[in-house]
Design a protein around this ligand. Structure first.
Ligand code: PGA
Length: 263
């Protein structure tokens, strides 16, 4: 895994946006896997800014989001449909027909999960999957003990994740759903490239376990150690418990010119 340590979330997000923008320019019909939560917000803002400047065209891009709450209709303010619209899709030009988010209102949830997996395959697979990491090491909503080979399915959120996310529901834990549909760990691993972002001291333990700990279902993000093209962008507080952080900085500073992440 390539670890990129930046002084601030803003600086890390600019690098993430540059990586995504470069992919969209070199492969205009690429398939992006997208994430929700507070972590990717600045990346989406930066991508929208580049798009507004007229130098980034999403018209041929296809997107698949990681997850959605079960039982929240797309119009619900805390659904991930609404989240993605507010923070990304309304600011760029991804055609509606190319946007995919699991349907948390599906009557037949296993059928919806199978349909979602098939749609990813039909689109040619995900070129780059953007990820956050939960304080418990989840990616998507794959909570600790998730099968590392899992595919899109229903999951029950841990009490910790529900508490972490209560802030989006006005702090009211009772409003946070218990279930979600999430791409599996195996679905994420099938992406050709993975880009995980983590900012803030509350992510330091999860990041250290994911990057330097053993590969274990108890920290689903640790499976990214087995991915051939995985980058992890962290700010200083999130990097705080990495024992080899000086080495990761040294690697980033000494990249050969052709490998540098340009503007
Ligand atoms: P956050 O969530 O970005 O809101 O911290 C990350 C996650 O749960 O994956």
């Amino acid at each position: 895994m390539e670890i990129i340590i930046q002084p601030t979330p803003e600086a890390g997000s600019i690098i993430a946006a540059r990586i995504i923008a470069k992919l969209v320019r070199t492969k205009p019909d690429c398939v992006l896997g997208l994430a929700t939560g507070s972590t990717p917000l600045a990346t989406y803002r930066e991508l929208a800014r580049i798009h507004r400047e007229g130098v980034l065209d999403f018209s041929k891009v296809t997107t698949f989001n990681l997850d959605e709450y079960v039982g929240l209709p797309p119009g619900h303010s805390q659904s991930y449909h609404a989240f993605m619209d507010e923070h990304f899709f309304r600011h760029v030009n991804v055609p509606r027909s190319r946007i995919h988010i699991p349907d948390g209102m599906a009557r037949d949830i296993p059928a919806e999960c199978a349909r979602y997996e098939a749609a990813i395959v039909a689109a040619g697979g995900i070129d780059l999957q953007l990820l956050g990491i939960g304080t418990d090491g989840h990616i998507g909503f794959n909570e600790p003990s998730s099968s590392l080979a899992s595919r899109t399915r229903i999951k029950t959120l841990t009490e910790r994740t529900r508490a972490d996310n209560a802030r989006f529901f006005g702090g009211d834990l009772d409003q946070v759903p218990f279930h979600c549909i999430t791409m599996g760990v195996g679905s994420i691993m099938a992406a050709r490239e993975v880009l995980m972002l983590a900012f803030g001291a509350n992510k330091a333990d999860a990041v250290a376990a994911a990057v330097e700990g053993p590969i274990a279902a108890m920290n689903p993000a640790s499976v990214l150690q087995m991915h051939a093209v995985a980058k992890c962008i962290v700010d200083e507080p999130a990097a705080g418990k990495l024992t080899r952080r000086d080495y990761y900085r040294w690697v980033f500073e000494h990249k050969p010119g052709w490998q540098k992440i340009g503007g």
